[in-house]
Design a protein around this ligand. Structure first.
Ligand code: ADP
Length: 649
């Protein structure tokens, strides 16, 4: 309260000056200061302040010793203790000695002022009480004691429940129980469901000897009785009694640790000195402490379990040979395992929290991280490393975390693929010559004399079969060339003109099947940068398929439109459609649906060629289809737009 006189005893100059000049005086208090307990004692006797605010750890005489000395000299001045040490024993001792408030550093200025107000309020109540009869005073003293006990309990509860290290929690609980009960020994036993025993996990005083070894059967022990009845147990007598063969006591109190209505342990205190049982209110306070303890133990257990799980996951992610990189929603690195560090030359210690583009010098991987709007195949890519290895990278978006790219080494698969392609190319070349010879000899047979109708039919079948094999071989060789990256020359190509050209070449085919053809090609589209022959092949293969797989009289639609820096080409038909089970595979080499195999001729290579070309042009292709309704292929290619700062021509 303003105008009151405060003695501030503190050895740290900075804190003392701060509290005196910045906190207490501005709040209206008259403050005088001392640097240690001895000086504080002298000043307190001379000036008789209204309140003493004192540090604990100080040279010569500490805060509590000073308080003791003042009390011995008959001076009972309200006292607030400031300490850096948050131990239960000190808190309980201080409050027992009559310290009115207990602040653990660091505390805020506001907290000190509030403590002062509380102290003064109590002190005034006590002054008023001087005029009250002795009986009432006793009640008041009793209540004050209870209040202090409750204060202690709340502060202990807060500290114990804030603690997450399991053994520390257990030790603190026992330490607090012994202090609160004024006992000599204390122990904490937890229930082992499997063996139906209680085992001692923490202890103080005499019980300490048995921690780690003492196990008591629940069915046949004093502590076990608390588990069974869920009620506290208080016993005392002038005879010394024994807990198992472990330690001796005259008075003992056990309280249950209840968690969600289940007893998880027993908290006990005992003494050899007292023959009186522990007082009822102490047992009640122990009960409350046991409730805190149960929560704290559960918290610590859950925390330890989570930590263990996190460690296991960390170890798995760290030690796996697959490179893994995780970024948050702002593309800052959250995690990068050593395999990723090795693959991309990333310094693991300094990459965390950095923008991905700054630590990862690989355009394709950085781009992959930005492909979150896409789904399915768009979130996968193959990556070539500088050391010659190939990785298959897959992006996954994890809500609340960010984006993860996991990569697998597919170098051996790429090697196999290359060997297979080389083999196919060689065999295809070698097959072409005998096939040409077969066709030549068929022609010769036709010319060498008259043939029967049946002989002519057989020859036609031979020619048809040889032509089918020749188409297959040509397509295989085409695919080989595309995969090997030939035809890399690029020039501006108008997709609209390409589509118009292809439509003319297939006119005969769609007219024969009486298809309606709708075409929408805007005139003002910029070109794409590409290989004109290959792009023609894309449109031609898609249109060929649309015509082939659409029954007579069906509709085919070709639409070209712009979407930002991309051009979208759609080839839609009202044909037989592709079954859901076939959809993931139709771009694979040689894959043909059962219906296609049964009813239509083909090699199963057309879409692989299309996909190969589109991807070589930095584009994407996908399909939407419904059986019996029709199919739409969508091709997305980047427009050939000049960079924004390029000079206008
Ligand atoms: P092919 O047409 O020679 O069988 P493709 O690689 O061009 O080989 O196509 C692979 C498979 O995809 C086809 O066998 C067919 O099952 C399916 N398919 C392709 N285009 C269409 C389409 N427009 N409508 C229905 N199915 C299609």
């Amino acid at each position: 309260m303003a105008g009151e006189r405060i003695l501030l005893v503190e050895d740290t100059d900075e804190l003392r000056q701060h509290l005196a000049t910045r906190v207490l005086r501005p709040a209206g208090y008259e403050v005088f200061t001392a640097q240690d307990g001895a000086e504080g004692f002298t000043l307190a006797r001379q000036a008789e302040p209204d309140v003493i605010v004192s540090g604990y750890e100080m040279p010569r005489i500490n805060g509590l010793s000073m308080l003791e000395a003042l009390q011995s000299a008959g001076l009972y001045i309200p006292f607030i203790l400031m300490t850096a040490e948050g131990s239960e024993a000190l808190a309980v001792r201080a409050l027992r000695m009559g310290v009115n408030d207990y602040l653990v550093r660091p505390f805020s200025d506001e907290e000190l002022l509030l403590a002062l107000q509380r102290t003064q309020r109590r002190f005034r109540t006590r002054q008023i009480a001087e005029d009250i009869p002795e009986q009432l005073l006793q009640v008041n003293r009793h209540l004050e004691l209870r209040l202090r006990e409750l204060d202690t309990l709340v502060s202990l509860g807060k500290r114990v429940t804030a603690q997450l290290e399991h053994q520390t929690v257990l030790n603190q609980v026992v330490e607090a129980a012994v202090e609160i009960a004024g006992a000599e020994s204390g122990s904490l036993l937890l229930v082992d469901q499997a063996t139906e025993e209680l085992y001692q996990v923490a202890s103080l005083g005499e019980a300490h000897e048995t921690t780690g070894t003492l196990r008591l059967p629940i069915a046949n022990s004093l502590a076990g009785r608390v588990v069974q009845t869920r009620q506290p147990l208080v016993i005392a007598g002038d005879e010394l009694q024994k807990i198992k063969t472990a330690y001796l006591f005259r008075a003992l109190a056990y309280v249950p640790l209840l968690l969600k209505n289940r007893v998880i342990g027993v908290l006990g205190v005992s003494t050899r000195q007292e023959i009186q049982p522990f007082e009822q209110h102490k047992v009640q306070v122990l009960n409350v402490l046991a409730d805190f303890a149960a929560i704290a133990i559960e918290n610590a257990r859950l925390y330890a379990a989570t930590e263990k799980e996190r460690d296991t996951l960390n170890t798995i992610l760290r030690d796996t040979e697959d490179p893994i990189i995780v970024v948050d929603d702002e593309s800052h690195v959250l995690f990068c395992n050593p395999a990723a560090g090795r693959a991309f030359n990333i310094g693991l210690t300094r990459c965390y929290g950095q923008p991905l583009a700054e630590v990862l010098d690989h355009r394709e991987v950085v781009e992959l991280f930005n492909k979150e709007a896409r789904s399915g195949r768009g979130r996968r890519t193959e990556i070539a490393l500088a050391d010659g290895r190939f990785l298959h990278a897959q992006l996954t978006i994890i809500r609340g975390v960010g984006r993860v790219v996991v990569m697998q080494d597919i170098t051996h698969l790429k090697d196999l693929d290359r060997i297979k392609s080389d083999f196919v190319t060689t065999v295809s070349h070698d097959l072409r010559t005998p096939l040409t010879a077969i066709l030549g000899y068929v022609e010769l047979v036709r010319r060498t004399g008259s043939l029967t109708r049946q002989q002519r039919q057989f020859l036609e079948r031979i020619v048809f079969s040889v032509q089918s094999i020749t188409t297959l071989i040509s397509e295989l060789l085409e695919l080989g060339k595309i995969e090997a990256g030939f035809d890399e020359d690029r020039e501006p190509v108008s997709l609209a003109a390409t589509v118009r050209h292809v439509i003319e070449t297939v006119r005969q085919a769609w007219e024969a099947k009486r298809h309606t053809l709708q075409v929408r090609l805007p005139d003002d589209m910029p070109p794409v940068l590409g290989n004109p022959l290959r792009l023609r092949q894309v449109v031609s293969n898609l249109l060929d398929n649309a015509i082939k797989y659409t029954p007579e009289g069906g509709q085919i639609r070709v639409v070209l439109e712009a979407d930002g820096d991309f051009q979208i080409l759609r080839v839609a038909d009202t044909g037989i459609g592709v079954a859901q089970k076939d959809l993931p595979y139709i771009f694979d080499k040689f894959y043909r649906s059962d219906e296609a195999i049964e009813r239509f001729s083909g090699t199963g290579l057309g879409l692989s060629i299309v996909k190969g070309i589109v991807e070589r042009h930095n584009g994407r292709i996908w399909v939407d289809s419904q059986v019996g309704k029709g199919t739409t292929f969508t091709v997305m290619l980047p427009s050939d737009v000049p960079p924004p700062d390029a000079p206008a021509e």
